[in-house]
Ligand binder design. Sequence first.
Ligand code: DAT
Ligand code: MG
Length: 140
Amino acid sequence: MALERTFSIIKPDATKRNLTGKIIAKFEDAGLRIVASKRIHMSREQAEGFYAVHKERPFFGELVDFMISEPVVVQVLEGENGIAKNREVMGATNPAEADAGTIRKEFALSIGENSVHGSDAPETAAEEIKYFFSDAELVG
Ligand code: DAT
Ligand code: MG
């Protein structure tokens, strides 16, 4: 399979606890390379737009409040089978169900404060990358 790009967020619970480097090490150890990276503090509008697919879910308000509570690190990661590989390194959404050694098992606090976001399919990866990065910011 060819190299594939995916979109990642190191979430507020993790940046707040100074875990950015430890999480990036997990990506790199799994063979994912960083092709873009920036630290931002999302606006409410930005977070609502990013998570628009979840706007009817009961946890939407809580999710948006959390995502704007502290800075985050948005990144584009690249690797063989990059989307699935990133999801594998992240672990299950609920840290209680995540496999040993995954980011969420080791660092997540709860199903909501779960340390990382990762795209779930090629279409969403392309949309999410465009939502936060211009083509010129992607340095492969
Ligand atoms: P994932 O982030 O693993 O792709 P998702 O897309 O289903 O999971 O949900 C997006 C985020 O919404 C998730 O990372 C945390 C939050 N979330 C999901 N289910 C939740 C729940 N039952 N209670 C609180 N927050 C939840
Ligand atoms: Mg998702």
